[in-house]
Design a protein around this ligand. Structure first.
Ligand code: SF4
Ligand code: SF4
Length: 286
C-alpha cells in the first residue's frame, strides 16, 4: 500500500528496534502519534522515547504538520518492497474508503495500482504490514501467503485471504503465530497484546497453540494446561470475566498447595463462589 522508505545498514546499527520501527513508519507516511501507533504496534511511551531520541540525533522533526523524517541517509534500497503485492488493498478492511474485508478496493486498477495514490487516505499512507517492516521471513510475503499481519496498539492482527481461509493453521504460519501469542501473554505488566485472526466470517483468538473461536467482547479467561496450551472460558459480561478470574486464581492456589486441581468440566458453566470447597471436592482434596 505505501511507498516505502529507505535505509542503510549504518543507520540500522545506530538505532534500537523501536527507533527503527518509528522511522520506518514516519518514512512510510505516518505523521501523527496515532499513525505511528497503528503502523508499529508500539506503546505511546516507547514511541515518545524513540521520537525524543530521533529528535536529539536530528533525524526527525515535529512541527505543526506532524512528524517528518529528516537528514536520513538514503543510499541503499530497502530489501523489502511491496512489489507485486496488493494484499492490503484486497484483504484488509479500509474504513476510510468504505472497503470491507476481503474485497478489492474500488480504487485499485490492474496495471495502474491505486488510482488515488496521491490523495489516498492517511491510513493507507501509514500502513506497513509486519512482513514489510521486516518482522517475518519471505514465506509470509502477503501476495504469496494470503495472510496480512499488522500491529495495532494492543494486538497482532492476522487477516487471511478468503481463497485460503485455513492457511494460517498450516506451517510455518501457525507455529510463528503461536509463538507471538505466547509472547503477548507473557508480557504481563509490560503491555501484553492479543493475537487475533480474521478468516472469512470467522474470528479467532490465539492462546499459544490453543485456538479460541468467536471470542466474546467481554474477554476470555484462561488457565495454562501445558507451556503453550490453555483451557479457556469466554466471558458473557465483565462481571462474568471477573468471576472466572477469581475461580482461576483459586485453581492456581490449589495447584500450588496440593500439586493439582480439577478443572470444572463445562466450558460455559457460570461459576458461583465460594470456589474453594467445590474445587477441593472435585479434586478429591477435601
Ligand atoms: S500487504 Fe504488506 S507487502 Fe503487501 S502491499 Fe500491503 S504493505 Fe505492501
Ligand atoms: S485507496 Fe484503496 S487502492 Fe488506494 S492504497 Fe488505499 S486501499 Fe489501496
Amino acid at each position: 500500500m505505501p511507498a516505502f522508505g529507505i535505509q542503510t545498514r549504518t543507520r540500522e546499527e545506530a538505532m534500537d528496534q523501536a527507533m527503527l520501527s518509528v522511522v520506518r513508519a514516519v518514512e512510510a507516511g505516518a505523521t501523527t502519534m496515532k499513525g505511528v501507533i497503528d503502523a508499529t504496534g508500539l506503546s505511546r511511551l516507547k514511541i515518545e522515547r524513540a521520537l525524543a531520541a530521533l529528535e536529539k540525533q536530528k533525524l526527525l522533526v515535529r512541527d505543526g504538520q506532524g512528524f517528518r523524517a529528516t537528514g536520513l541517509p538514503r543510499t541503499a534500497p530497502n530489501p523489502r518492497q511491496c512489489g507485486s503485492c496488493n494484499a492490503c488493498c484486497d484483504i484488509l478492511e479500509v474504513a476510510a474508503v468504505d472497503k470491507p474485508v476481503n474485497q478489492l478496493c474500488r480504487h485499485w486498477q490492474a496495471g495502474t495500482g491505486c488510482t488515488i495514490y496521491a490523495s489516498r487516505p492517511q491510513m493507507c499512507r501509514s500502513f506497513a504490514c509486519a512482513w514489510l517492516q521486516g518482522h517475518l521471513d519471505d514465506a509470509w510475503f502477503p501476495a504469496k501467503s494470503g495472510i496480512v499481519v499488522h500491529f495495532s496498539q494492543d494486538a497482532v492482527n492476522v487477516t487471511v485471504d478468503d481463497d485460503c481461509p485455513d492457511r494460517w493453521r498450516e506451517e510455518p504460519y501457525f507455529s510463528k503465530l503461536a509463538e507471538w501469542s505466547m509472547n503477548g501473554i507473557r508480557r504481563i505488566g509490560n503491555r501484553g497484546y492479543a493475537t487475533l485472526v480474521v478468516s472469512s466470517e470467522n474470528r479467532f483468538l490465539l492462546l499459544g497453540r490453543t485456538v479460541v473461536p468467536d471470542p466474546t467482547p467481554s474477554g476470555t479467561a484462561f488457565l495454562p494446561l501445558t507451556p503453550d496450551t490453555f483451557r479457556f472460558w469466554r466471558a458473557t459480561s465483565p462481571e462474568h470475566l471477573q468471576r472466572l478470574h477469581e475461580r482461576i486464581a483459586e485453581i492456581e492456589r490449589i495447584r500450588q498447595e496440593f500439586g493439582s486441581c480439577a478443572i470444572p468440566p463445562n466450558e460455559d458453566d457460570d461459576p458461583v463462589p465460594p470456589y474453594r470447597p467445590a474445587l477441593l471436592r472435585l479434586s478429591n482434596h477435601a
